[in-house]
Design a protein around this ligand. Sequence first.
Ligand code: M6R
Length: 610
Amino acid sequence: MCGIVGAVAQRDVIEILLEGLRRLEYRGYDSAGVAVLGSDKQLQRVRCLGKVKILADAVARDPLQGSTGIAHTRWATHGQPSERNAHPHVSNDRIAVVHNGIIENHAKLRSTLQEQGFVFTSETDTEVIAHLVERELNSTNNLLEAVQKAVSQLHGAYGMVILDKQDPERLLLARSGSPMVIGLGIGENFVASDPLALLPVTRRFIYLEEGDVAEITRRDVNIFSSDGIPVTRDIRETSATYDAGDKGPYRHFMLKEIFEQPLAVSNTLEGRLNEAGVLDETFGNGAAELLKKIEHVQIIACGTSYHSGLVARYWMEALAGVSCNVEIASEFRYRKSVVRPNSLLVTISQSGETADTLAALRLGKTLGYVTSLAICNVAGSSLVRESDLAFMTRAGTEIGVASTKAFTTQLVGLAMLVLALGKSRELGVERQRELAAALKSLPGMLEETLKLAPVIETLAVDFAEKQHALFLGRGEEYPIAMEGALKLKEISYIHAEAYAAGELKHGPLALIDADMPIIVVAPNNDLLEKLASNIEEVRARGGMLYVFADQTAHFETSADMKVINLPHCHEWLTPIIYTLPLQLLSYYVAVIRGTDVDQPRNLAKSVTVE
Ligand code: M6R
């Protein structure tokens, strides 16, 4: 989704801005732009439809130079992707603005500003910000005050940076619902919507809080809370690395990230587990005591992260004996819900910036949960900062829009939460030991499973011409079927649905014919016999089956059923293990279909708007 970079320095900042945009490319966008103030104090702006490379080529053809500048990658919300809708937006060649988020009252503001003589050149909601700031500047002649007045009139979400041609060594920024960080340099300062964009120039960051407005110059940073009071925000040093530049031997980041899963899981387990179970401090200081009180867990997330929550629900109730609800964040945030006594609120997010998940957390914190726990992959993200407790998955930067290693490490985090909750409940000492040992064996099992890649690559050919696919699973494999279907539709654009296999006869069976591939997730557990009957139901109707099965289940490949045998593993781990071949299947199908695997159309890595 949209990305912002800005800089105030003594040197030319154009390459810093472009490199920052390149580092945000993984988030997904459709157009890009940059504006700088040169030594002649003139505002120079270049925008384009398409990739940052096109923008960089345009800048190379017609060089820009400037020591203060802002840049943006846009993911269209208001107005189609086009050069004229790309940011920065300007007002009267004086004010330039880049903005992430959505201004909900833009239509009303636009018509007022038009009546006052401001001329709009785009269809975006962002352009109202540029004109509003200019209008306020005309009466206050102070950029900070003008921005404070302007943002007080905005409804919606924003992270924004504003540049004034007449105040060339200052950038103003504001945050409400969309992240903004200040990167501290020596004699120069930077801003971005994601610290990743600034890692080549600094490792010291200040995260703006909700409602903050800030001004930065080369030497100073001043931050004001929403009521205009000067505030101090902590400086955080990051040890994050940016490895996006290197796909290694892999053709796509998604494939690299699929193969990184054994290491990502091993890192996520590191130092958190011993033979007896989960260590007390795994979920933060004092968490172990808090977890003893918990009688109910409410999980909230979106997309792939929601699927990990669905798996956890099976685990929590079956193993820890703790009741659990899982809800999509965009639903939870807009309904009245009943909080059971002694409930734990768990949010799950790779990015920690998903707008719906954040809003659900903020709502949840007002509802009387005992505490809130974020399971997240990005340290310093809004979700982590705003939650009482955090469990960091250590998947490393995930660049592919399709979430892979973030999902399996979330499952590992949730598995450990189940062990922690189970300690004082139904999980006896022996069972704890058994499950801890199973978790420890996981990286090796994943390595083993990835050896199936060549088999799955061959299988993918069968799907290349298909328009639809059906995924089936039972128990905790049902969410894995859902995740398999999401992956396939997301990157190959094949319509895919997942069903709990027992639901087949209640409707979807009508879809079965020779053109509908049916993918079945079939570990060797106590539901296998039931699943085998569902497989026969499909067979009897001429469907073509692809069964991912435990090698000990002895399914046989035949004319209407291809069997892919997976290594036998502990029953508890099957959701994690069986995810991998489904990720590989989607990947290879997408490659054959020639889609943009790492940045599929219309999608963004981090969904920071509603
Ligand atoms: O960063 P989050 O985990 O909060 O993101 C939630 C979803 O947008 C995300 O999981 C999405 O569904 C994935 N791109 C799917 O692969």
